[in-house]
Design a protein around this ligand. Structure first.
Ligand code: HEC
Length: 153
């Protein structure tokens, strides 16, 4: 009898609890399901394979860097890259063109705004940047020369 009462109380409590005041960041949720398997939950990467997604603040603050980041998420990347003097060759960064534009915007803002310490002149990514990336005829291998033109990170 008491047990049933306790269970009922727990149920009532669960139902009546208010929804969290702060909505979870949709970019964080997307990152957990789409990216963390390779780049790790904190974006620290895996040595020799998956590059860290930290140290991106400088790119996130320049037009060319922002364009590149939107394009990489859309088209992927294929080729050995260097980050902080270390090489990464994970085989392939898949493209995410199948996601909604807004989902890619959320992902970019989570990566550049939460995993990285945004620079002073940082502005969040918007749909226009991702739409332009989507319209560009690019592919994983074609992204490598685009990356090579950016300042080293
Ligand atoms: C299957 C593993 C895998 C998944 C999943 C993945 N990536 Fe990658 N990512 C890579 C690899 C590998 C590279 C480096 C390119 C290479 O080795 O060919 C890379 C490169 C990148 C780069 C470019 C870094 C640079 O220095 O140029 C960014 C940005 C990036 N990934 C973000 C993401 C985000 C955000 C997600 C989730 C939407 C994601 N990745 C999902 C494997 C992955």
């Amino acid at each position: 009898m008491t047990r049933i009462f306790v269970r009922r109380c727990a149920l009532l409590l669960a139902i009546s609890l208010p929804a969290p005041a702060v909505m979870a960041d949709p970019g964080a949720e997307m990152f957990a399901t789409q990216c963390s398997g390779c780049h790790q939950a904190d974006g620290s990467g895996v040595e020799g394979m998956y590059p860290p997604l930290t140290g991106l603040s400088a790119w996130a603050a320049t037009p060319a860097g922002r364009e590149y980041l939107a394009q990489v998420l859309t088209h992927g990347l294929f080729g050995t890259i260097e980050v902080g003097g270390a090489s990464y060759m994970g085989g392939l960064m898949p493209g995410f063109a199948h996601l909604k534009i807004e989902e890619i915007v959320d992902l970019l803002n989570f990566v550049t705004g939460t995993l990285n310490q945004p620079a002073k002149n940082y502005t969040p990514f918007d749909a226009a940047l991702v739409e332009a990336a989507r319209a560009a005829k690019l592919s994983g291998p074609a992204m490598k020369p685009v990356r090579d033109k950016l300042p080293k990170r």
